[in-house]
Design a protein around this ligand. Structure first.
Ligand code: NAP
Length: 290
């Protein structure tokens, strides 16, 4: 039986991976028991457990919070993975780290028919503290040659996320106002967890884009989530939304679309269309399974 050490096991992805890996021995930690930015205690714990692989799901994911609490953001998102990269390298075990579309500037790159998805070969250029700290986290991860970095986007699962917010708003709002000019691929924690599990069966170390198939705007996603309710989605531009709700602290990417090119190259892109995964998730929420 494999021993799998998961950090941030109480987050959306951490919980899903723990479910998926139920045939393995999963040793999971989160704050406050384990703070991955603390090198010595983290090293001592991992050395004691001697896992076959370490999967880091821990991060400071509050994008606006990262902007105002810069030091904490760099500790969790840069120092933490750097520590884990060093520790796993010394123990000669594979290390999986999760990163984000925010490592790109979010302006998109012109393709033949409009903006094209970012591939793993495009040069990052983060513009927010979250994105900059996560990119440093990728660099720290790479200290261990046996690394898998999976960049995902618009993640939802067992935790707080946009889909749950829309459903909660629909309970007491006839209309919700949602931006219609920021694009991405809503990604299911179930599907992302599966991609992690598939990759750790291999030695195809490297950086991977890992998102569900297809592209939509936040308003498209809201409409899909609310289509069986009486709540209407009012589509606005980011500029119009800022006038209503105020400017977000961190800039939001207009284009968060990633192509799973490297997963396709290794024959491991099993991500479904975003709508299929969203509907599976909505059914679970309806049945109160999450
Ligand atoms: N959510 C998204 O839309 C999204 C998009 C792209 C990429 N990602 C990436 O995907 C990964 C998983 O995201 P998620 O949505 O599952 O995150 P999440 O639900 O926010 O869970 C992250 C977990 O890490 C914990 N944590 C924070 N700092 C820590 C530290 N220093 N040491 C140990 N644990 C710490 C958090 O604890 P507290 O809650 O107590 O802080 C939380 O339990 C992250 O790397 C994230 O950057 C997420």
């Amino acid at each position: 039986m494999r021993k799998i050490f998961i950090t941030g096991n109480n987050g959306q992805l951490g919980r899903e991976l723990t479910r998926l890996l139920s045939d393995d021995e999963v040793i999971g930690y989160d704050l406050p028991e384990l703070d991955i930015s603390q090198y010595e205690p983290t090293r001592a714990l991992i050395k004691e457990v001697r896992p076959d692989v370490v999967i880091n799901c821990a991060a400071m994911t509050n994008v606006d919070g990262c902007e105002t609490m810069e030091e904490e953001a760099y500790l969790a998102n840069a120092e933490g993975p750097k520590n884990l990269g060093r520790i796993t390298k010394d123990l000669d075990i594979p290390f999986v780290h999760i990163s984000t579309d925010y490592v790109f500037d979010g302006e998109g790159i012109q393709g033949e028919n409009g903006l094209r998805p970012y591939t793993e070969d495009d040069t990052p250029g983060p513009v927010s503290v979250y994105g900059k700290s996560k990119l440093l986290g990728e660099e720290g991860t790479k200290v261990n040659p046996k690394h898998f970095i999976l960049r995902t986007a618009w993640l939802y699962g067992d935790g707080h996320n946009f889909i749950k917010t829309m459903r909660a708003l629909s309970k007491n709002h006839d209309v919700v106002t949602v931006v219609d000019d920021q694009y991405g691929s809503p990604t299911s924690s179930v599907d992302l967890a599966q991609a992690v599990v598939d990759l750790i069966e291999t030695e195809n170390y490297g950086t991977y884009h890992a998102t569900n198939q297809g592209v939509c705007s936040w308003a498209d996603l809201a409409e899909e989530v609310l289509k069986d309710t009486s709540t209407e989605v009012k589509r606005v531009t980011s500029e119009e939304y800022e006038k209503i709700a105020g400017k977000t602290v961190a800039p939001r990417p207009k284009w968060s679309v990633l192509e799973n090119k490297h997963l396709q190259d290794v024959g491991l892109d099993s991500f479904r269309d975003w709508k299929d995964s969203v509907h599976e998730y909505l059914e679970k929420l309806d049945k109160e399974e999450l």
